[in-house]
Design a protein around this ligand. Structure first.
Ligand SMILES: *Cc1c(COP(=O)(O)O)cnc(C)c1O
Length: 381
């Protein structure tokens, strides 16, 4: 006997393929699909397969652990990774045939030792900091870093396959940091070229820059959020045809009547101004629902928008049904693709004072995941 899911995340893999296709056509360069953090909460492995099916030449993840999971699942294509810590297991990374990212001389020493031990060369991309002040070699280190990278390549410890950087303000196309970072990146490329490095890929753009800044596309773009159909620059009207892949839904657990003056949930942060009905939805911050959604986010029950009332609890939220009495078990959509009265992840982000990335990446916990394929489901072309 299987009981219906209490609460689930439904991921439309056809939407993923559609988005990768749209982004490839728009940019016309090599696609690096970013599937870190369990595919931004959508499930790394199914998303990775869908992205490959849609022609993504590369995948990218943050950690070597994520690379291991992709390889164990049978992915044999190019994978870029960028977040290593001291004493990382570079031996396994070299055996996994991943393209590592380095940004310090210390990392190059560790990778050289691993390449000697394993007996085969690493594949290495060099990251330069052009103004994000996060990972990446700082400007004053570039000459020494490139010289050391070339030495290691000549000695057979690695092949330098890429040079790249990351933008701070790509979602604000008018921000002066974009021009400054792109100019700085071009300077790094010129210095690397003078040093004698001939990488196959130069890349700078995340989703927002891939969509909004053609000059930043270089040889490849690293698209994360847009792959999942969420807007990388919600304040800019760019009209890219992206389809959100994730729907978060639950089954209504309980309906009850409230009288005027009845207060709801911990701290009594909401009090009914008049008689109404409320519904219990079996998801809470244990499922990654932000407590900041208290009293501000909305869900859809039976075609109608229903506001969250009172504080989000660990396992449950209470929504205002406005006098309706939908059947227990009714479909509750927290967010999904726009249309048919559904709130979107972007709506949730705005209500909670955060970004759409955080809404989809955090949600999960005890929710189950189910994969669908809208094209197959409707037998479309
Ligand atoms: C996460 C990440 C990306 C993807 O960014 P999106 O805005 O989701 O497209 C690209 N590059 C790096 C270095 C990242 O950390």
């Amino acid at each position: 006997m299987t009981s219906p899911p209490r609460a689930e995340i439904v991921v439309d893999l056809d939407a993923i393929r559609h988005n990768v296709g749209v982004l490839r056509e728009l940019t016309g360069v090599t696609m690096i699909t970013v599937v870190k953090a369990d595919g931004y909460g959508h499930g790394m492995l199914p998303v990775a397969r869908a992205a490959r099916e849609a022609g993504s030449e590369w995948l990218a993840v943050a950690t070597l652990d994520e690379v291991g999971r992709l390889r164990a699942a049978g992915d044999t294509g190019r994978i870029l990774t960028w977040l290593t810590v001291p004493d990382e297991d570079y031996d396994d990374a070299i055996r996994a045939d991943v393209d590592l990212t380095a940004y310090s001389l210390g990392e190059l020493d560790e990778i050289e030792a691993a390449a000697r031990y394993v007996g085969s060369p690493a594949r290495l991309q060099l990251k330069v900091d052009t103004g994000l002040s996060r990972g990446g070699a700082s400007r004053r280190e570039w000459e020494a870093f490139f010289a050391r990278a070339l030495d290691g390549e000549r000695a057979g410890h690695w092949r330098v396959t890429g040079i790249w950087s990351h933008l701070a303000c790509a979602d604000e196309p008018g921000h002066p940091a974009n021009d400054a970072q792109e100019a700085s990146f071009r300077e790094a490329l010129a210095l690397a070229d003078e040093a004698g490095l001939r990488p196959e890929l130069r890349h700078l753009a995340n989703s927002a820059a891939a969509v909004l800044r053609p000059s930043a596309r270089f040889d490849a773009v690293r698209c994360g959020i847009a792959t999942y159909g969420l807007d990388p620059a919600p304040t800019v009207d760019h009209g890219t045809d992206l389809r959100p892949a994730m729907t978060a839904r639950a089954n209504l657990a309980l309906v009850k009547h409230l009288e005027a003056g009845d207060s709801v949930s911990y701290g009594h942060q909401w009090t009914a101004p008049g008689p109404t009905t409320v519904g219990l939805v079996p998801v809470g911050y244990g499922e990654g629902i932000p407590v900041h959604a208290s009293n501000v986010a909305e869900v859809r029950v039976g075609g109608k928008r229903c506001p969250v009332r009172g504080r989000v609890c660990m396992d449950q939220i209470i929504v205002d049904l406005g006098g309706d009495e939908p059947a227990v078990g009714s479909d509750v959509v927290l967010f999904g693709p726009p249309g048919e009265g559904r709130p979107t992840a972007q709506d949730w982000a705005e209500a909670c004072g955060t970004i759409n990335y955080e809404i989809v990446t955090r949600i999960g916990g005890r929710m189950t995941r189910r994969y669908v394929d809208t094209t197959a489901a409707v037998g479309a072309v």
